[in-house]
Design a protein around this ligand. Structure first.
Ligand code: ADP
Ligand code: MG
Length: 696
C-alpha cells in the first residue's frame, strides 16, 4: 500500500519546498510574482534556479526542460543537461536564472498558422511560475508559455493565462461594487478524464487504431453496454494494477487523482482529480494523459484517448468542471446570507449571458475530428449549447424573470435578492447527462470537451466571455452604493436573465423536439468541425478577444488556420488509412475467402456431383456481392479523396471532407462491416470488437 502523504507532491517544486529551500526574501518575491503577477527579476530567478537545480539533482534529475503546449494539442519538451564541462576536465551541474525563465526552442516545426514565417524560426518559452516545476523521468520540467519573438502566442497556455488575468480584473471590479477588498480571483478546473484500455496484442493488429486512434472498421460487439454492468463495476486485475501505478506516479507529481472507476462502455474507464486553478488543472490533466499512455505499456495495455475509438458504444469525453473563486470563496456557491445570494445571482446571470452570447465560440472550442463522432450522437451532449439549471434553480430564475416571489420546495416564501436562498441546490440539482453545460450545485460542468483535447481553448473562451459579463455589470454599477446598488444589481440580474433565457433548457437534450425547439429559439447547431470553426473569426468574437487582450486578430486568424489544418490532416490520414486497409487487408481477405467457398463447391461437386451445393452457392453470391459493394465504395472513396486533396482553400477542403468524404467513408465501413459477420474470424484480417473489448 502506498503512503500517500509521503508520496504526494514529492516530485514537485511546490510552495512547501520553495519555503524550505529559498532564502526568505527570495521566497517572498517569488510569491508576489505568483500571486500578483509581478515580474520576476533576474537576481531572484538566479537564486530560485539554483535551489531548484539542487533539489532536482537530489531527486535524481540530470536534465531540465521547458515544458510547453504548442498548438498540436499535446505537450512538448526538449531536454537539456545540467552538465557543464570545466576546463580541467571535470564537470559541474549548472542551471541559471536565465535558463529558468526563458528558453529558445526552434519553433519552426510547430504549427503557427502562418504567424511565424520560417525564416524567423525562433520562438521563446517563458516560465509560468503559477504552475509548479516538477520532475518527470529524471528531467526537471518547467511549465512555460510559448511565444514568437514578436510576442504572439504560439501555444495553448498563453491565452489561457491572459483570460485568467481578464477575469481577475473584471471580477475584482464587480466584487468591489459589493464592497469587497481587492483579492485574487481565479477560475478553477477539475477535468474528468475518460479513456479506454485494450490489450497491446490486439492493438498491434489494427492499423486503424495505430494510425488514427480509432477503428475505421468493425461490426459492433455481440454485447455492448446494455447490461450496464461495466459502469462502476469491479475493476479487472490488469487494469487495477495499471490504475494503482498511475495513482502513485500522479501523486508524486502533485496531481490529486481522486476518483477512478469503470465507465459505461466495456473497456472504458475514468479518472477524476480534485480541482485546482485552471492553468494548473490543465497542466495536470495533460500530465495525467501522458502518464496514462506511457504506463499502460508496462501492463501490456494501450490507453486510447480518442473520442470515439469504437462505433456503437460510448465514446470518451472530458467533463470540464468550472467555477470562479475569490480568495478561498467559491463564487458560484449560493452561500447562506443575503449578501452572498445577490452576488451569486449576479455571477449566475453572468455565466448565462456569457454562454448565450458566445455559444458558437464555446462550441468551436470543442470541435475536432474525433469529437464530431460524439457530439449529437445520443451518448454525449448534442452539438447545441444550452444550460441546465435543475428544477429548483430553474424555478427561481423563472420567478425572477416574471418578477414573482418564489415559493420553493423548502416552503420558504422568498423575496429574492434580499432573503436567503436555502442551501438545497447542491442536493437537488439532479443529473441531466444530456446537458452540455450543467449547474451542479456550486460549479458548472461543461460536458462537450472530448477526451483527447487540451482544455485550454474551452476555458480561455469561458473565462473571457465571463470577464465580459462581469465588465458589463461593473460598468453599470460602479459608483452606486447601499440600497441603490442592491436595487440596480437586482435589476441587472433580472434583465440579464430575461435577455438570455433562451439558453436555459432543463429537458432532454437528445430529443428531436429539442433540436426543433432550439432552432426556434435561434440557438446555433453546428454539427461538425468544418461548420463550427468559421465563427472563430467572426468580428464579434475577434472583438471579444481583443477587448480583453486575450488574442489579437492575427492570433485568432492563425489559430483558426491551425485548427482547420489539423482537421483536414486528420481526415486525410483516416482516408488514407482506410484506403490502404481496404486495398491491402479487407478486399484481398474477402476475395480469398470467396475463392475458398468456390473451392469447397468444386470439391463437393467433384466428390458427389448430384449433391446440392445451394447453401454454399448462396453464401458465395452474398460474399461476392459484398465484395463488389466494398470495392465500389473503395473506388468512390479514392476518387473523392484525390479530388479533395487538390482543394487549395483550407475551409473549403474541410467542408468537402466533412460533407462529402465522410459519408463515403461511412458507406465503405458499412459494406466491410456487413461482411465481417459473414466471414469466419480465422479468415478475417483483423481482430473483432468482441475480442478487443472483452479481455481478462
Ligand atoms: P460529481 O461529478 O459527482 O459532481 P464532484 O462534485 O466530486 O463529482 O466533482 C467532479 C469534479 O468536479 C471533480 O474533478 C472535482 O474536483 C470538480 N470540482 C468540484 N468543485 C469544483 C469547483 N469549484 N471548480 C472546479 N471544479 C470543481
Ligand atoms: Mg461529472
Amino acid at each position: 500500500m502506498s503512503n500517500v502523504p509521503e508520496i504526494f507532491g514529492s516530485m514537485v517544486f511546490n510552495q512547501h519546498v520553495m519555503k524550505e529551500r529559498l532564502p526568505k526574501n527570495t521566497f517572498k518575491q517569488l510569491m508576489k510574482t505568483i500571486e500578483k503577477g509581478e515580474p520576476l527579476d533576474l537576481e531572484v530567478a538566479n537564486v530560485v534556479a539554483h535551489a531548484m537545480k539542487e533539489w532536482a539533482i537530489e531527486k535524481g534529475a540530470t536534465h531540465y526542460t521547458h515544458w510547453f503546449q504548442p498548438l498540436t494539442g499535446i505537450t512538448s519538451e526538449k531536454h537539456d543537461g545540467f552538465l557543464d564541462p570545466q576546463p580541467d576536465g571535470r564537470a559541474i551541474m549548472s542551471f541559471s536564472g536565465k535558463e529558468l525563465i526563458q528558453g529558445e526552442p526552434d519553433a519552426s516545426s510547430f504549427p503557427s498558422g502562418g504567424l511565424r514565417a520560417t525564416f524567423e524560426a525562433r520562438g521563446y518559452t517563458a516560465w509560468d511560475p503559477t504552475s509548479y516545476a516538477f520532475i518527470k523521468d529524471e528531467v526537471l520540467c518547467i511549465p512555460t508559455a510559448f511565444c514568437s519573438y514578436t510576442g504572439e502566442a504560439l501555444d495553448e497556455k498563453t491565452p489561457l493565462l491572459r483570460s485568467m488575468k481578464a477575469i481577475d480584473e473584471q471580477a475584482n471590479r464587480a466584487l468591489a461594487c459589493f464592497g469587497e477588498p481587492k483579492q485574487r480571483v481565479v477560475t478553477t478546473v477539475g477535468a474528468e478524464q475518460e479513456y479506454f484500455l485494450i490489450s497491446e496484442e490486439q492493438y498491434e493488429q489494427r492499423t486503424d487504431l495505430i494510425l488514427t486512434g480509432r477503428t475505421l472498421f468493425g461490426y459492433s460487439p455481440c454485447k455492448g453496454q446494455e447490461l450496464e454492468e461495466h459502469y462502476f463495476g469491479a475493476i479487472r486485475p490488469t487494469v487495477n494494477e495499471f490504475m494503482k501505478e498511475l495513482d502513485d506516479e500522479l501523486w508524486a507529481l502533485g496531481v490529486s487523482a481522486k476518483t477512478k472507476h469503470n465507465e459505461v462502455a466495456p473497456a472504458q474507464h475514468e479518472l477524476a482529480p480534485i480541482f485546482t486553478e485552471a492553468n494548473r488543472g490543465i497542466d495536470e490533466n495533460l500530465l495525467t494523459m501522458e502518464k496514462m499512455r506511457l504506463l499502460a505499456s508496462r501492463h501490456g495495455l494501450v490507453c486510447l484517448q480518442h473520442e470515439k475509438p469504437f462505433e456503437g458504444i460510448n465514446g470518451s469525453g472530458k467533463h470540464n468542471n468550472w467555477s470562479i473563486s475569490a480568495g478561498n470563496k467559491n463564487l458560484l456557491d449560493p452561500g447562506d446570507n443575503p449578501q452572498d445570494n445577490l452576488r451569486f445571482l449576479v455571477l449566475l446571470a453572468g455565466v448565462i449571458k456569457a454562454v448565450d452570447d458566445y455559444q458558437e465560440l464555446l462550441r468551436m472550442t470543442v470541435a475536432s475530428a474525433g469529437n464530431d463522432h460524439r457530439l449529437g450522437a445520443n451518448e454525449a451532449p448534442p452539438a447545441i449549447i444550452s444550460i441546465f439549471l435543475g428544477d429548483e434553480l430553474g424555478q427561481i430564475v423563472d420567478a425572477l424573470i416574471a418578477g414573482k416571489d418564489y415559493e420553493g420546495a423548502a416552503k420558504t416564501m422568498m423575496d429574492l435578492g434580499v432573503d436567503v436562498l436555502p442551501n438545497f441546490m447542491k442536493d437537488s440539482t439532479d443529473r441531466n447527462r444530456t446537458s452540455p453545460f450543467a449547474f451542479t450545485g456550486n460549479k458548472f460542468e461543461f460536458r462537450m470537451p472530448g477526451s483527447a483535447m487540451n482544455l485550454s481553448d474551452a476555458n480561455t473562451v469561458l473565462n473571457t466571455a465571463m470577464a465580459k459579463s462581469l465588465k458589463d455589470f461593473a460598468d453599470a454599477m460602479e459608483g452606486l452604493e447601499g440600497e441603490t446598488f442592491q436595487e440596480a444589481a437586482f435589476a441587472w440580474v433580472k434583465q440579464t436573465l430575461s435577455d438570455h433565457q433562451r439558453i436555459i433548457f432543463n429537458g432532454n437534450g437528445y430529443s428531436e423536439e429539442w433540436e426543433q425547439e432550439a432552432a426556434r429559439r435561434g440557438l446555433a447547431n453546428n454539427k461538425n468541425t468544418a461548420d463550427a470553426l468559421p465563427c472563430f473569426i467572426d468580428p464579434k468574437n475577434i472583438a471579444l478577444f481583443e477587448e480583453f487582450g486575450v488574442l489579437s486578430e492575427a492570433e485568432v486568424r492563425s489559430r483558426y488556420e491551425v485548427k482547420l489544418e489539423k482537421y483536414c490532416k486528420l481526415i486525410n490520414i483516416e482516408a488514407r488509412t482506410m484506403r490502404r486497409m481496404l486495398r491491402r487487408q479487407y478486399l484481398p481477405a474477402i476475395s480469398a475467402y470467396a475463392a475458398k467457398i468456390a473451392d469447397h463447391i468444386t470439391s463437393i461437386k467433384t466428390a458427389m456431383p448430384t449433391l446440392s451445393t445451394q447453401t454454399q452457392e448462396e453464401h458465395l453470391v452474398r460474399i461476392q456481392q459484398g465484395l463488389d459493394a466494398a470495392k465500389k465504395a473503395y473506388d468512390a472513396l479514392a476518387t473523392k479523396h484525390k479530388e479533395i486533396v487538390e482543394i487549395e482553400d483550407a475551409q473549403e477542403m474541410a467542408n468537402a471532407y466533412a460533407h462529402e468524404l465522410i459519408p463515403i467513408m461511412e458507406t465503405a465501413r458499412y459494406e466491410v462491416d456487413q461482411l465481417e459477420i459473414l466471414i469466419p474470424s480465422t479468415d478475417w484480417p483483423v481482430p473483432s470488437y468482441n475480442k478487443i473489448l472483452f479481455y481478462a
